[in-house]
Design a binder for this molecule. Structure first.
Ligand code: ZN
Length: 253
């Protein structure tokens, strides 16, 4: 399985428009972060988790020519606003599979009403096949995916386990019963916003505590704010086998 970090930034991305913060002005490509998403490929299957406002640019950058589906964590704008840009895939492949909690699909129906239109639909609009996730494991391609539930402030969100790989973002609270589903991971991806506490995201300390509980072989941090600091400085401070993810990073599991 190959995982490509398409974006590793928090909701505004890095740099933030108009910001003069040193991290936003950094020339290091590792300090430039699009909105969070990962591309997951195995055998001939290609899936993304989330589809934010940078989706088009991410698909071009990753040279992605085929997409089997999109698995959504939750409905916030930085995770869904690229959905219209599935059109090139839809024109070639037909309706694209989407997987999400029922509440998230309802939000997509409101935000992208023209995509879900059943009468007099505009011919250029894309179509999707809706697949509801209810907390039970489900199959995509030939692989069983295990949803991992957490809270983003008070909003229910899903992370996902793909065999020995798990991707969790926008988590602030994860129950022990969910942590049990993360045993024996090769790689865990978990959100770490900044050092200061935040009401809806793990800060660095909370993310490191979470990694300590899950004990994966290695862990990567994502959904990063410019306030966490320069990539190279933060990486030096991290424990062994914990890495700050960056855009375009690829890992093989
Ligand atoms: Zn987010």
């Amino acid at each position: 399985m190959k995982v490509t970090f398409l974006g590793t930034g928090t909701s505004q991305g890095i740099p933030i428009i108009g910001s003069t913060h040193p991290v936003c002005l950094s020339d290091n490509p590792k300090d430039k972060r699009l909105r969070v998403s990962v591309l997951i490929e195995w055998d001939n299957y290609t899936y993304v988790v989330d589809c934010g406002p940078d989706f088009r640019q991410q698909m071009l950058r990753a040279n992605c020519a085929k997409l089997d589906g999109i698995i959504f964590t939750h409905e916030h704008a930085d995770h869904i606003m690229g959905l219209d840009d599935i059109r090139p895939f839809f024109f070639k492949q037909g309706a694209i599979d989407i997987y999400a909690h029922k509440r998230v699909i309802k939000a997509l129906e409101r935000t992208f009403a023209y995509i879900f239109e059943t009468e007099n639909k505009y011919p250029g609009a894309p179509s999707v096949n809706e697949n509801y996730i209810d907390g039970k494991p489900f199959i995509v391609g030939d692989l069983q995916i295990v949803p991992i539930e957490g809270l983003h402030n008070k909003l229910q969100v899903y992370g996902y386990r793909f065999d020995k790989f798990a991707y969790l973002t926008d988590m602030k609270t994860v129950a022990d019963s969910e942590i049990k589903k993360l045993k024996n991971l090769e790689v865990l991806v978990i959100n770490a916003l900044r050092e200061e506490p935040h009401e809806s995201h793990f800060n660095l300390e909370e993310a490191l505590d979470f990694i300590d509980k899950v004990k994966p072989k290695s862990a990567y941090l994502t959904h990063i704010s410019h306030l966490l600091g320069f990539h190279d400085d933060v990486q030096q401070k991290l424990p062994e086998n914990v890495y700050l993810a960056y855009d375009n990073l690829q890992i093989t599991i």
